[in-house]
Design a protein around this ligand. Sequence first.
Ligand code: SF4
Length: 447
Amino acid sequence: MTASPLPPAPAKAAPKISFVSLGCPKALVDSERILTHLRAEGYELARRHDGADVVIVNTCGFLDSAKAESLSAIGEAMAENGRVIVTGCMGAQPDEIREKYPNLLAVTGPQAYESVVAAVHAAVPPAHDPFLDLVPPQGVKLTPRHYAYLKISEGCNNRCTFCIIPSLRGDLVSRPAGDVLREAEKLVKAGVKELLVVSQDTSAYGVDIRYAESPWRDRAVRAKFYDLAAELGELGAWVRMHYVYPYPHVDEVIPLMAEGKILPYLDMPLQHASPSVLKRMRRPGNQERQLERIRRWREICPDLAIRSTFIVGFPGETEAEFEELLTWIREAKLERVGCFEFEPVAGAVANGLGDLVPPEVKAERKRRFMEAQQAVSARLQKARIGKRLPVIIDAADGTVAKGRSKYDAPEIDGNVHVTARRPLRVGDIVTVKIERADAYDLYGSAV
Ligand code: SF4
């Protein structure tokens, strides 16, 4: 953290914080923690920068485009308010930010909650009111009340060559299972219907603490992917797993999905399918027989939905390697797929691993990839017509609503558009008969 160039503002009855949260769900969880802490101390949230006592910008530094977005959000906060604290992934590179905005109050790195809070205290001291409990027991949530992200670990032990997250966030640090479960229980008691489990590498959960047991209710629970999934599955909410890599022990979790304990959904960023590219990417869980494993999982849990992301145009990617990916994607028949063109992130090892693929070739490969996937998606979407699916409602206007099936995560996957005979409310889980489908969304009536 660097020191503030401005003197502290005079304390008011309830100092106001304006907050910008950029980046991935993991960053959102960090934002929620910072806000929960500040709300507990009596700070209020302002709707606009203008008029707030201080602005906090939680940045993302993963891709150059995310950095540009972060810098522009900082610029906006400086122009509209001028008292700005920067944190998050981009905060790990303070010089780059300071060069552009020398008058920031403070710049702190990711996971530096105490530093952010200290910087806020320095800028505007908290109004102390020990009799007022301002924080709901589940903390301050930035997601709608009916779903919440549950972060089970920080950092990552992998060293994928295109990624700089480990250098920004450090090695894996898992939370004890008991802590995670208590947070999950509080969320469910507060009305959360869907828990979205996030981390950088969910299936590696607990490796750093040797799967240590911790107390939960009347028993001890190991900090292990399967054990945590099984316990979360008992809390009475939908449980959705994100950032799961295909390690062999993921096999154990699939029966929990088949039994309906957790959602039959795996967000598994595979990034490529050609073994030689995966090797250059240094991806975790790089298995020769990935297709075979997916097939086995589907035998155990036939309605398993897999979402994945892929990178095309990785340095040195040949046409033959790309063709391998195309063949794989046609055979794997994944429900939801995202595709990114490789972006050389400053500081990533991958940049020096082979000739950069020209932009027009990357764009062309992305187009061909998406075309192949769209044919797969169209068939899978069509197969849902006539089915009755449970749908969680995200937005409702009387008898017209928008929600998601078990196969869709918020913000990244498709929606189910619902009409009903009675008014629906956000957070309701209703059975919907699917009548129509397009490439991404489903349409139907509540039964
Ligand atoms: S698994 Fe790879 S891509 Fe994901 S955070 Fe770790 S190093 Fe980065």
